[in-house]
Design a protein around this ligand. Structure first.
Ligand SMILES: [Zn+2]
Length: 471
């Protein structure tokens, strides 16, 4: 069956060229009525609630590749997998843009209190941690409640010791606590190093009380010698706090072996060509790399899956006016290397909108956008198209994303579909980030929202009699 007949059967609106309806003229006093969402947008949204493409990608990537640490052979296998998958789905212009990067990989790691109460603790090295010798290092632990306390500490209090920074990260729907509490991970190792510390362990930046440490990126500031830097699981961090409160000297043996080198990462790009190739593309994205402790299911296999599944659903029914460009960024976790490489190579080209899914797979609850004043009707159409999924309108002057952040910062237009992050930091960067945590209904709600978003931005979708429906 051809696509045209199939689409026309399913969506009567497809019989005609499908374009966004023009905005009605408003009177000065009355609030504008919500824009009328075209039938084909609503139909695409509702059909996407039964999507299987995103699950197939998430399941395939986490099963056939597993963890995808940036710059390693595993990430290279993920790129090969991605190219084959995107081609098999029927996307055009599937390609890899490679770039060089410094690599860091994890070796054996353990932590043990030797005195006053000998016991093992669960630890994971942070990205770019310095390496201990294979037998570890031993030192006295000095504890700080938060970064402010470590910042204020005189060098003598820290020199030659293993610094421990605790803190209390709150659970928030929008993930704002991550930014508020990331200091011990982002700055702690550098500050401790500059004060002469032997090593640092922090309370994991996370909200669960499983005995799982949360790894994560950090980079030693200029002039700070790399020291071993690890994260304790929350139960272990609280245990260490209680031990320190007893007031006796605490000795720890810490083994965090790691390796550094040079490697290659890359962005995998695929497209749904638009009817008018001269128009700027809509960029939809996630990141292909992951941390090494789990299989990177919610961070960020689901993200790349949601973006590609939504684009595929548009392609299944016809040709958008504007090109849809899928970017599966490389090496996000180790420092947005893929995002910066894409900006270096394409940042000067206009983009119609940038969007990235990189906050797990919680249901989308809010839509923000920053499309510019002259595109306010389109932004309101986007809000109206998403409302039936339980998505509330957010700001018309806000968009964010990890890899797309640098280009958004340059002023590129963007859309932010906010996922519920209440549980995200229970799994984030832990061994628990595995496929079984992905809720299929939530994943489908995400795909439905992304499909509707792309449909609204697409400029209209026209049946393509040449293309066979691959569903
Ligand atoms: Zn991520």
């Amino acid at each position: 069956m051809t696509l045209a007949s199939n689409a026309a059967m399913k969506h009567p609106m497809f019989a005609a060229l499908l374009l966004l309806t023009a905005a009605p003229a408003y009177s000065q006093s009355a609030p504008p009525p919500p824009p009328q969402v075209p039938n084909y947008v609503a139909a695409l949204r509702e059909e996407a609630l039964a999507d299987n493409y995103a699950w197939e990608i998430t399941e395939g990537l986490t099963t056939e590749v597993g963890q995808r640490m940036a710059g390693t052979e595993a990430e290279a296998r993920a790129r090969n997998w991605a190219v084959a998958k995107l081609k098999s789905m029927g996307f055009s212009n599937v390609r890899v843009e490679l770039f060089d990067m410094p690599t860091w990989t994890r070796g054996p790691e353990s932590a043990e209190i030797l005195a006053p109460f000998p016991q093992k603790l669960v630890v994971a090295a942070l990205g770019n941690s310095g390496s201990t010798p294979p037998g570890g290092i031993t030192g006295e632990v000095v504890g700080f409640e938060d970064m402010a306390a470590l910042d204020a500490a005189p060098d003598e209090a820290v020199r030659g010791k293993i610094v421990f920074v605790s803190h209390g990260m709150a659970r928030t729907q929008d993930g704002s606590s991550y930014g508020a509490f990331i200091g011990p991970r982002a700055r702690g190792p550098s500050v401790a190093s500059r004060k002469g510390a032997l090593a640092i362990v922090i309370r994991s930046i996370g909200t669960d009380h499983h005995r799982n440490p949360h790894t994560g990126g950090q980079r030693f500031a200029d002039g700070a010698r790399p020291i071993p830097a690890g994260a304790l699981s929350l139960p272990d961090a609280e245990q260490l706090q209680r031990i320190l409160k007893r007031g006796k000297p605490v000795t720890m043996r810490l083994t965090l072996v790691s390796h550094t080198g040079q490697g290659q990462s890359g962005n995998v790009i695929a497209e749904v060509p638009g009817r008018d190739p001269s128009l700027p593309p809509i960029l939809v994205s996630g990141h292909l790399d992951s941390w090494d402790l789990g299989t990177g299911a919610i961070d960020d296999a689901t993200g790349v899956a949601i973006a590609a599944a939504a684009a595929k659903r548009i392609m299944d029914v016809g040709r958008p006016l504007r090109t849809i460009r899928i970017v599966w960024f490389g090496a996000e976790e180790m420092g947005l290397f893929g995002g910066f490489d894409y900006r270096a190579k394409h940042g000067k080209e206009p983009h119609y909108a940038l969007a990235e899914s990189d906050f797990g797979v919680g249901r989308i609850w809010k839509v923000d956008s920053k499309l510019g004043k002259e595109r306010e009707t389109e932004a309101r159409m986007l809000q109206a198209a998403l409302a039936p999924l339980g998505i509330v309108p957010g700001s018309l002057d806000l968009a964010d994303g990890s890899d797309i952040g640098p280009m958004l910062g340059d002023g590129a237009p963007g859309v932010g579909l906010s996922q519920d992050g209440t549980q995200y930091f229970d799994l984030h960067h832990t061994p628990d980030d595995t496929l079984d945590k992905v809720d299929l209904d939530d994943l489908r709600q995400n795909v439905a929202a992304w499909t509707a978003m792309i449909a609204v931005l697409s400029g209209g979708i026209e049946p393509d009699p040449k293309r066979r429906n691959r569903r």
